[in-house]
Design a protein around this ligand. Structure first.
Ligand SMILES: Cc1cc2nc3c(=O)[nH]c(=O)nc-3n(C[C@H](O)[C@H](O)[C@H](O)COP(=O)(O)OP(=O)(O)OC[C@H]3O[C@@H](n4cnc5c(N)ncnc54)[C@H](O)[C@@H]3O)c2cc1C
Length: 447
């Protein structure tokens, strides 16, 4: 259904729609597609023009049914998108490691997923929303978003045309880390002790594992940092390193020098990059985690990173963004059908979102404790604990007691491991340690 327009008392033309979606990333495109499919008049404002670069290239198996529901999976397969069966988790020196395969999880579910180039993936989702009938406007920034006289109003500032005012019954804020409404509401809370810096680029010719594991993510772990290697095409691999901010600041290196030193200090990564060449600029981003205390207010709802950003170590961001876009679409469709129930429907939605984020957050916090890494890299088949962890790493959100109990037990054991060493602790090195000075006789030889 299309947005309508009318003229207000000042002579200004005001558009009207059911839902204004701010942001055309995975969260916004998913919400817009499903609301438009339900017959709602949706305007999606995206400030950029697609395709545009975005980091976050590894998906989770739990996302696959939603890709099916949106009808984009066939396009991914046709494009030869890399299939991911799991992840190789390994110490940066390459001495200890394990391959996690999603097919060996505790609960049934998709055994594979995709590694994507986000410029193409996000464009596919955005055009798909258009195909369902959403009115998608690129180069359009939503500003002055406010709730006045019982209706949401915003200015849509367009690159190439005059700004327009728009009114909507509901707003979906899917503006990612910009967090348009969380800033107005001052509801964003940083998750302290999780301030990190990510430095990344793309490389051609990286050595991958053989067979079905070729599409896997490689996580190479230091004591104070970790590398990701994510193959995003048969030739190109995304390579990035996430530093604890203390280590990053203490080293005082420029991003390129820091990346090079970390590669040098990680034999597992330097081995894989030995004959590779960098084919993209080096980018840097603050990798801090946060959550908004408010999910929904006055009929506006936050989705994806606009609500919460969780450290990317388990590649949960796109799945959480698309999942929240889907949930928001369902709840707003019901609110539009039964406006008198909107307040309670949105309150319940908010409680659910907080619960899901707490689940993922527990895993991520666990990862940053040494005990977790020790047990992750030396999985014990006993009691199905390792299988439960594999299910969790596939992004499964389940209230099945078999799963929840085992996961809770695993997390408990990781804490014990940190205190009293149930398994031999895996020694991990520092990412930015200065290279050893050359011995005197080696210097003499060089001279
Ligand atoms: C270093 C790093 C590595 C990551 N790796 C992974 C990974 O491997 N796997 C994974 O799943 N996730 C990963 N993530 C997380 C992932 O990138 C995000 O969680 C995901 O992109 C969130 O999607 P979104 O739709 O909420 O936001 P975004 O994808 O950021 O989309 C928001 C959109 O809103 C638009 N916008 C902003 N403000 C306005 C406005 N006022 N008006 C109009 N448009 C606006 C922006 O242009 C943007 O297109 C990583 C993140 C980082 C930082």
């Amino acid at each position: 259904m299309a947005a309508s327009a009318s003229t207000c008392s000042t002579g200004e033309e005001i558009e009207r729609c059911d839902v204004l979606v701010i942001g055309g990333g995975p969260a916004g495109s998913t919400a817009a597609a499903l609301l438009a499919r339900a017959g709602r008049a949706v305007v999606l404002a995206e400030k950029d023009h697609f395709p545009r670069f975005h980091i976050g290239e590894s998906l989770l198996p739990a996302n696959v049914p939603l890709l099916d529901e949106l009808g984009v999976r066939a396009a991914l397969d046709r494009a030869g998108t890399i299939v991911k069966h799991g992840a190789r988790v390994v110490s940066a020196d390459g001495r200890t490691g394990t391959t996690v395969r999603f097919s060996e999880g505790l609960l049934p579910g998709p055994a594979t997923t995709y590694q994507v180039e986000r410029a193409q993936f996000d464009e596919l989702l955005l055009r798909n929303a258009c195909g369902f009938g959403a009115d998608v406007r690129e180069g359009t920034t939503a500003r002055e978003v406010e709730h006045r006289d019982g209706i949401w109003q915003a200015t849509l500032a367009q690159d190439d045309r005059p700004s327009r005012r728009i009114e909507a019954h509901h707003v979906v804020d899917a503006s990612g880390r910009d967090g348009v409404l969380a800033r107005v509401w001052q509801s964003r809370r940083m998750l302290e002790h999780h301030r990190r810096v990510a430095v990344f680029s793309h490389y051609r010719g990286v050595l991958l594992d053989p067979g079905i594991d070729a599409g896997n993510t490689v996580l190479a772990l230091f004591a104070d940092a970790w590398f990701w290697l994510i193959p995003i095409s048969p030739e190109v691999t995304s390579v990035g390193v996430v530093f604890d901010s203390a280590a990053w600041q203490a080293a005082g290196l420029a991003p390129e020098a820091a990346l090079e030193r970390a590669i040098l200090n990680a034999p597992e990564v330097s081995r894989r990059l030995a004959t590779a060449e960098r084919v993209a600029p080096i980018r840097v981003t603050g990798d801090y985690s946060y959550r908004s205390t408010i999910v929904a207010r006055d009929g506006a709802v936050l989705a994806g990173d606009a609500f919460a950003f969780l450290d990317p170590v388990f590649s949960s961001g796109v799945w959480l963004a698309m999942r929240s876009g889907e949930r928001v679409a369902r709840v707003l469709d019901r609110c539009l059908a039964r406006p008198e129930r909107a307040r309670s429907l949105l309150a319940r939605h908010g409680r659910r979102e907080h619960r899901v984020h707490r689940h993922f957050w527990r895993l991520i916090e666990g990862f940053y404790s040494p005990g977790f890494r020790d047990l992750l890299m030396q999985p014990q088949p006993r009691l199905g604990l390792a299988a439960a962890v594999r299910t969790a790493l596939a992004g499964t959100v389940s209230y099945d007691p078999r799963f929840r109990l085992r996961l809770a037990l695993f997390l408990g054991l990781t804490r014990l491991q940190g205190r009293c060493g149930l398994s031999p602790p895996i020694p991990l090195t520092a990412a930015l340690a200065a290279p050893e000075p050359l011995a005197e006789d080696a210097v003499a030889l060089q001279a």
